[in-house]
Design a protein around this ligand. Structure first.
Ligand SMILES: Cc1cc2nc3c(=O)[nH]c(=O)nc-3n(C[C@H](O)[C@H](O)[C@H](O)COP(=O)(O)OP(=O)(O)OC[C@H]3O[C@@H](n4cnc5c(N)ncnc54)[C@H](O)[C@@H]3O)c2cc1C
Length: 487
């Protein structure tokens, strides 16, 4: 089935047995347009507030230092170097704590910007932090050496000999460097996800090793100062958030909900749907489009956390994912046994109804990206005629979940286009060559006048091309929602 002509939808294929079970939230008539806009505005305001709070924390840390006597240090050349070194160290430490908070899966952050954006920001902070830490070490060394009138090398030896706290701080800088280097895209690609993750966890050790020198050297955080209270509070709150949301909440949820596999169904070669059941699953408040981090508790898999999106709206008793074999871990899931217990972390993400800004929706999926698209098609609220689905693949065999998506489109009154075939050479488009040749763009597949929310999930470069085409079609950036299968 290769239908590139936007006037030709996929004919309905609706065997009765494919009709979906009743969703937790039954399809409704949707919210009035003003309500969608109001919700989108509130989320933007929350995003701005979050950005201001995170940036302000660095400003507060520096301001506290300056007002606590630090400003007077800038008077002499050696004092200038030392004070600037301290400011660099404080900014770095503050950003490290911000980084921890961004990856701690704090619900308020997830609901505001989503895990993917939070983790992208977390990653983007890595290099600036490393530069600030390097500047911290170098400036302090030069400043101390200038004060004592000795060479920086002699000063380095003298500082190293001054005690354990400083030696740990140097080890901490080494660990930060290791984590930053292994997180560079080119290096990360060569490492197993688990090896990279283990190295990444060393950031916690790096912070722990740096704390003693902050409290013991230079009297910066001496008892009774405002700075001491600020930093202690920040560190304790961050530590508590990491412990709560990365360890305790997942542990209690896994124990409470007792998730186990009920069925594994082949969807296509190398793709399976895994149905699971559990207790009181409605208390997870999971929505179509969200993902969990799953640990399948078999001897080979329990230590590997895998993010997978739900491919159907979760119900009181069921969770469902669709998985493509893309590596050693997913290969093992192809024939995992019913009855296997599953530990869960989540639900996460705002690739959901929560991101809506319009009553119209366009769902665009490719490859295993069809999994959350199928879930959204079943779970989003829209009226017949208000939704369009586009599935893109190189060949018909790779249009995963087509039967179910097709049945759901008919059931819910959504338009479906299946676009198969090779990409145009020498032309960067997400569409097949034949569609490009005919002059079609994303807008060609939308009813005239519709400015929908676009939900797109597929390979990363392809997703970027869809996004660009949507922008070219006049769809605002805030209405384009992409789920990237890379954390
Ligand atoms: C938010 C999100 C939702 C996803 N939803 C689905 C889905 O519904 N169906 C599906 O088939 N796949 C999904 N994926 C991709 C899936 O997580 C990986 O394909 C899977 O974890 C690969 O594991 P592996 O051991 O088989 O392969 P590996 O050989 O370990 O890795 C193959 C690829 O997957 C990436 N990967 C591996 N483990 C992780 C991890 N813990 N976090 C992030 N990336 C990882 C690697 O970087 C690599 O690019 C999703 C990914 C994310 C981030």
């Amino acid at each position: 089935m290769t239908l590139h002509d936007p006037s030709t939808q996929v004919p309905p294929v609706t065997p009765r047995r494919l009709l979906p079970p009743a969703p937790v939230v039954p399809p409704t008539l949707g919210l009035p347009l003003s309500a969608y806009r109001q919700r989108a505005r509130r989320r933007l305001q929350a995003t701005d507030a979050l950005t201001v709070v995170l940036a302000a924390s660095v400003a507060v840390a520096v301001a506290l230092y300056l007002s606590d006597g630090g400003a007077s240090g800038f008077g002499t050349p050696s004092g200038f170097l030392t004070s600037l070194g301290v400011v660099a160290g404080l900014a770095a430490m503050d950003l490290v704590l911000v980084m921890f908070l961004l990856s701690a899966r704090v619900p308020a952050i997830d609901r505001t910007i989503g895990q993917d954006k939070a983790l992208a920001l977390h990653g983007a902070l890595g290099k600036p932090i490393l530069y600030l830490l390097a500047a911290h070490g170098a400036l302090l060394l030069l400043g101390y050496a200038a004060t004592e009138g000795i060479s920086p090398i002699t000063e380095a030896f003298s500082l190293w000999a001054s005690g354990r706290n400083l030696q740990w701080a140097v080890v901490s800088l080494g660990l930060f460097t290791l984590v930053a280097v292994t997180s560079l895209v080119a290096v990360k690609r060569r490492l197993d996800q688990e090896v990279w993750h283990a190295i990444h966890l060393l950031t916690y050790a790096a912070v722990a090793l740096s704390i003693p020198h902050q409290f013991s050297l230079s009297g910066l955080f001496s008892p009774g100062t405002l700075q001491r209270w600020y930093w202690l509070t920040l560190m304790i709150l961050t530590g508590a958030a990491v412990l709560a949301y990365r360890v305790l909440v997942p542990l209690t949820r896994s124990l409470r909900h007792q998730v186990r596999i009920t069925r594994v169904t082949g969807v296509a070669p190398g793709v399976v749907t895994i149905d699971m059941t559990g207790r009181d699953l409605e208390r997870l408040h999971a929505q179509a489009g969200q993902f969990f981090i799953w640990r399948f508790l078999t001897p080979e898999l329990w230590w590997q956390p895998h993010p997978f999106s739900v491919s159907a709206p979760p119900t009181r008793t069921s969770l469902r994912i669709t998985v493509r074999n893309l590596g050693a871990g997913t290969a093992r899931l192809m024939d995992i046994r019913p009855g296997t217990r599953v530990a869960i972390e989540g639900p996460y993400g705002i690739f959901t109804e929560a991101a809506r800004t319009s009553r119209h929706v366009l769902l665009v999926g490719s490859g295993i990206g069809n999994a959350p698209i199928r879930g959204l098609l079943e779970g989003l609220t829209f009226l017949p005629g208000d939704a369009t689905v586009i599935l893109r693949a190189s060949s018909p065999a790779e249009v995963y979940l087509l039967d179910e998506i097709s049945a759901l489109c008919e059931y819910r009154g959504a338009r479906l286009f299946v676009l198969t075939g090779r990409r145009a050479t020498g032309h960067s488009s997400w569409l097949p060559a034949t569609a490009v040749g005919a002059g079609y763009t994303l807008a060609s597949y939308l009813p005239a006048g519709q400015v929908p929310d676009v939900y797109v999930c597929g390979p990363l470069p392809w997703t970027d091309l869809v996004r660009q085409d949507a922008l070219d079609a006049g769809i605002p950036a805030g209405s384009i929602h992409a789920e990237k299968f890379a954390l």
